[in-house]
Structure formats: structure tokens, C-alpha cells
Design a protein around this ligand. Structure first.
Ligand code: ZN
Ligand code: ZN
Length: 96
């Protein structure tokens, strides 16, 4: 008599799906820690160089999508042309 291998296969499948579930969870955590900033909302921006505030997003490289370029984002202060290192985003407009 041979023993049915079905048991072993079923167990293998369960293990596989458990693994892929874990992998899925890890991917979720990774993309969260990598922090995709592509979809972030417009913020209030303070220029530390001239003190002006305006609304928008400071151009930053998304660590998840380093090749994305967001043309609407501010690369410099529109008032004094200070580089984006002088621009500070503060406050989420939607949450306020
Ligand atoms: Zn992104
Ligand atoms: Zn400025």
C-alpha cells in the first residue's frame, strides 16, 4: 500500500500561501517605510529665506519612485528663488 501524498501537498500549499501572505505584509511595510510622497497633498510652504508662505509642494525625490518628476512642485521659492532646501512644508491643508 502506498500512502497518499495529498496530505503533504496540501501542507506545502498552505505553507506557500502563508509565506506569500507574509511577503505581502512585508512589501506593504517596505513601501510605507520608503514613504511614497507622490500622492501627498499640497501643503503650506514657508520660505525660510524671505519669509513668504505659499501653497503647494516642495519638489522632493520620492524614494519609491526616484525617476518621477512632479512639474507642479516647487523647486525654488517663487518670490526670492531660494533653493528648495530653504523651503519648509508645514501642515496638511486637508487635515486642518
Ligand atoms: Zn512615489
Ligand atoms: Zn523666498
Amino acid at each position: 500500500m502506498f500512502t497518499s501524498p495529498a496530505h503533504g501537498i496540501a501542507r506545502g500549499r498552505a505553507l506557500n500561501s502563508a509565506l506569500s501572505y507574509v511577503r505581502c505584509q512585508m512589501d506593504g511595510m517596505n513601501s510605507e517605510s520608503a514613504e511614497c510622497i507622490c500622492d501627498r497633498t499640497r501643503q503650506k510652504i514657508l520660505c525660510r529665506s524671505c519669509g513668504q508662505t505659499f501653497t503647494g509642494r516642495v519638489r522632493r525625490r520620492c524614494s519609491s519612485h526616484p525617476n518621477e518628476i512632479h512639474l507642479m512642485d516647487f523647486e525654488m521659492c517663487p518670490y526670492c528663488k531660494a533653493p528648495c532646501t530653504q523651503l519648509k512644508e508645514f501642515g496638511d491643508l486637508k487635515k486642518n
